[in-house]
Design a protein around this ligand. Structure first.
Ligand SMILES: Nc1nc2c(c(=O)[nH]1)N[C@H]1C(S)=C(S)[C@@H](COP(=O)(O)OP(=O)(O)OC[C@H]3O[C@@H](n4cnc5c(=O)[nH]c(N)nc54)[C@H](O)[C@@H]3O)O[C@H]1N2
Ligand SMILES: Nc1nc2c(c(=O)[nH]1)N[C@H]1C(S)=C(S)[C@@H](COP(=O)(O)OP(=O)(O)OC[C@H]3O[C@@H](n4cnc5c(=O)[nH]c(N)nc54)[C@H](O)[C@@H]3O)O[C@H]1N2
Ligand code: SF4
Ligand SMILES: [Mo]
Length: 699
């Protein structure tokens, strides 16, 4: 290794009895784990009972960490493609040297902005995301992006623009829970305990989902909606709330602007009109509005399904407004605003001074304002078309775009045409196969990581997921720092190791990693929980109020009210295309064993869900003459895949659902990267058109 290439070999001191304590970093559940080691080998994993939040819960993915870490197909040596396109093993120092040289070459030839760096879901809420962004600033490229290009940010923008922040549902203390395009039983299962606790005390439960998910079967009301039409449903519920005067009049008068304009907008969205749009019976729409408004405090979980629609941002706005006008903001059992802990910023002044705008910055100015990053859904076209300027190299960290970004064929073509692609990974993914250099990194068990509970259940607690194993690999942080050092950018990375960097981050709180190590079960309470903070300081918007009518949206040429538009592809908006593709397709509903494209290679998880299946209602199947278990060809206007059919009563007739993240049947060959949400730039992965024909052995 060259000078400055350090490995952090400090272990966590967090030894409880004979186990090591850490947290699972796979999804945002942050479940605490007790892990027993023999030598370097993990011999037992269990959920840690003593942990204040996860209280012993662990899902099959957490239980499989030993298999994941020890998987025989983990990549452990950096690989570089030689001139003939064949992989060659290189040392970490050689790999970093190649990357540094190529990045510098690209910068000299095309300008720094020709390099884009993307941090995927494995880097969200992880420290290496911030360091890689800093690397971009030091290098001089504005083109840093994250999985927030298709995750979470659309609803965050809706919350920020409407009331200055994104609140989190407080399920445990709620009297009415609405799971709207959200399925925590699969996506964040330990939250189900809070939901059950509330149900035990009589809370009502409404599920809005085209599929009758397990939680819907136990709910008071299930609205089986046509995908992509949630905005119309929200406006119709607001229609009922206003017509029947079920809203919180005092809150509306004191704390909102634009209620009159809202009333005028929703006037035409009668439950009957909404029934024709959403396929939800009008009586159920009325019932849902009454249940929600009549059982305060109530909370709505705005799921990813709402964000991944062409009207996703405005839909999230309409629902955010519904929470406000019913007086459910910042109260126990409603939705809580919990600021994230204030850590030292890693931003550099250079962030503001790039010579070119980031890709997507001009087209999606509000996405850029609230995220500060490039919009990754535009990268593939930018690479292929050289617009707004050429992108020639990429670094992908913790992401597998070939299986997760919209229009995968275009993504593949774009990545293949780059001058230079680097992927940091644990496994040789479909995306890594396209790279020039694949750099293996350690898993989360080999690094210290913060766990912030504010985004999970609104608890202002910061905890630590300590490093508990040493892997003979660099962590992402080490990769980033060593690359910076190799490129002469060491001055921007003055921390010698990750521990020093994390301690720097904690300085504003007046604590250090040891403080967190000593409170692994409870976390460090960085703020007192307080309700209705707006009574003291107003809402963090231009007007200090809830902006039902948003001047900010208006200034940017968007509709200031939460309007509804049909999905870009639908029986209503594109009737001719619908004649060719007569099924409504939704893709990517989470399933418990997998995390997006991850873990299909892990035997205990694969056993739980052996293959991808297309969910089809019996009526749809009999219309098409297809049978359960049959292999069919599934096509959209973008592409086609073969997939096995599973006939189920649980899906709405006329709608079909496909999981994402499978190489065997890549849903994202079908998804659209052109009709992006006009405000957020999110792709409509949850509502587009498809057709089923005969299986084609050549696909
Ligand atoms: N096991 C597991 N957990 C995960 C993940 C994972 O990959 N695997 N990913 C994590 C990430 S990054 C995210 S963003 C979250 C997402 O987690 P959630 O927000 O809970 O979203 P999903 O479970 O993907 O989808 C919820 C439901 O939306 C329904 N749906 C589909 N289309 C529509 C529609 O148009 N309208 C409505 N109302 N419903 C629709 C689906 O049928 C599905 O049941 O999960 C996180 N947790
Ligand atoms: N059709 C459809 N597509 C979707 C969605 C959908 O609902 N439908 N959901 C979208 C959403 S919300 C999201 S968040 C994205 C997620 O999509 P991606 O960001 O691509 O996330 P993953 O598929 O989880 O890929 C993470 C990769 O990181 C690797 N990895 C794991 N840990 C580490 C680590 O510590 N360091 C590094 N360097 N690598 C690591 C894993 O091996 C894996 O290959 O998918 C999106 N795609
Ligand atoms: S729910 Fe599963 S994957 Fe998510 S943090 Fe907990 S154990 Fe890990
Ligand atoms: Mo996500």
């Amino acid at each position: 290794m060259r000078k400055g290439m350090k490995k952090n070999s400090g272990y966590s001191k967090a030894v409880f009895a004979d186990s090591l304590v850490t947290s699972c970093e796979i999804c945002n559940g942050l479940c605490a784990l007790d892990i027993r080691l023999r030598g370097k080998k993990i011999i037992k994993v269990k959920g840690r009972e003593e942990h204040a939040v996860s209280r012993g819960y662990i899902c099959p993915k957490g239980l499989a960490v030993d298999e994941i870490v020890g998987a025989p197909d983990r990549i452990r040596t950096p690989l570089a493609k030689n001139r003939g396109g064949r992989w060659q093993e290189v040392t970490p120092a050689e790999a970093i040297k190649i990357i540094a040289e190529r990045f510098n070459f690209i910068k000299a030839k095309y300008g720094a902005e020709a390099l884009a760096v993307h941090v995927g879901r494995a880097g969200i809420n992880k420290e290496f995301k911030y360091y890689l962004k800093r690397f971009c600033a030091a290098f001089g490229t504005p083109n840093f992006s994250t999985a927030e290009s298709h995750c979470h940010l659309s609803k965050k923008m809706a919350g920020e623009i409407t009331y200055g922040g994104l609140p989190v549902p407080d399920f445990a203390h709620s009297r009415c829970i609405v799971l709207w395009g959200s399925n925590p039983a699969a996506s964040c299962p330990q939250l189900m305990r809070d939901i059950k606790q509330a149900r035990g005390k009589g809370a009502r439960l409404i599920v809005i989902d085209p599929r009758e998910i397990s939680t819907a079967k136990k709910s008071d009301l299930h609205l089986q909606i046509r995908p992509g039409t949630d905005g119309a449903l929200a406006l119709a519920m607001l229609h009922v709330l206003i017509k029947e005067k079920l809203f919180d009049k005092e809150f509306v008068e004191k704390w909102t602007i634009g209620f009159t304009e809202l009333a005028a907008l929703v006037d035409k969205y009668t439950p009957e009109k909404a029934e024709s749009i959403t396929w939800v019976p009008s009586e159920k729409i009325v019932q849902a509005a009454r249940l929600y408004a009549g059982n305060s405090p109530a909370c709505i979980s705005i799921g990813i399904a709402l964000e991944l629609q062409t009207n996703g941002f405005q839909t999230a706005r309409a629902i955010s407004i519904m929470q406000a006008v019913c007086g459910n903001l910042d109260i126990s059992g409603g939705v809580l605003f919990t600021p994230a802990p204030k850590l030292s910023s890693l931003k550099m002044e250079k962030d503001e001074a790039f010579s070119k705008p980031a890709v997507g910055q001009e087209k999606y100015p509000l996405f850029f304002k609230y995220n500060g990053n490039a919009q990754a859904n535009m990268f593939a076209r930018a690479i292929l078309e050289g617009k707004p300027y050429p992108l020639k190299a990429m670094l992908l960290a913790g992401s597998n775009p070939v299986l997760t970004w919209p229009n995968a064929e275009r993504v593949k073509k774009a990545f293949s045409s780059l001058d230079f692609l680097v992927v940091t990974e644990n496994f040789m993914t479909e995306t890594a196969k396209l790279a020039d250099v694949v750099f293996p990194v350690g898993t989360f068990l080999s690094r210290d990581e913060f766990c912030d509970f504010s985004g999970l259940n609104g608890l202002p607690r910061l905890s630590l997921s300590p490093k508990i194993i040493d892997e003979p690999l660099m962590t992402d942080w080490e990769f980033c720092r060593n690359l910076a050092v190799e490129m002469g950018l060491e001055q921007f990375f003055p921390w010698r190791d990750e521990v020093e960097a994390l301690n720097y981050r904690l300085e504003p709180l007046g604590i250090n990693l040891d403080t967190l190590r000593h409170s692994l079960d409870h976390g460090y309470e960085y703020k007192k929980t307080e309700e209705k903070k707006y009574l003291k300081s107003g809402f963090q918007t231009e007007s200090g109020k809830v902006e039902i009518y948003s001047k900010e949206l208006e200034r940017h040429g968007y509709d200031p009210l939460p309007v509804y538009h049909e999905p870009a592809e639908s029986p209503v908006s594109t009737p001719e295309l619908f004649r060719e593709y007569p099924l409504i397709l939704t893709s990517g509903a989470r399933t418990l064993p997998y995390m997006h494209s991850r873990f299909h290679n892990i035997p205990s998880l694969r056993k739980l869900e052996p293959e991808p299946e297309l969910e089809v209602h019996p009526h749809t199947a009999s219309n098409l003459g297809i049978e359960d278990g049959e292999l069919v060809l599934l096509e959209s206007p973008r592409g086609r895949i073969n997939i096995k059919v599973r006939i189920t009563e649980d899906i709405l007739p006329g709608v079909i659902a496909i999981p994402h993240g499978w190489d065997e049947a890549n849903a994202n060959v079908l998804t659209d990267d052109e009709a992006l949400d006009p405000v957020s730039g999110f792709p409509p992965d949850r509502s587009y058109l498809g057709r089923i024909t005969s299986w084609n052995p050549r696909v």
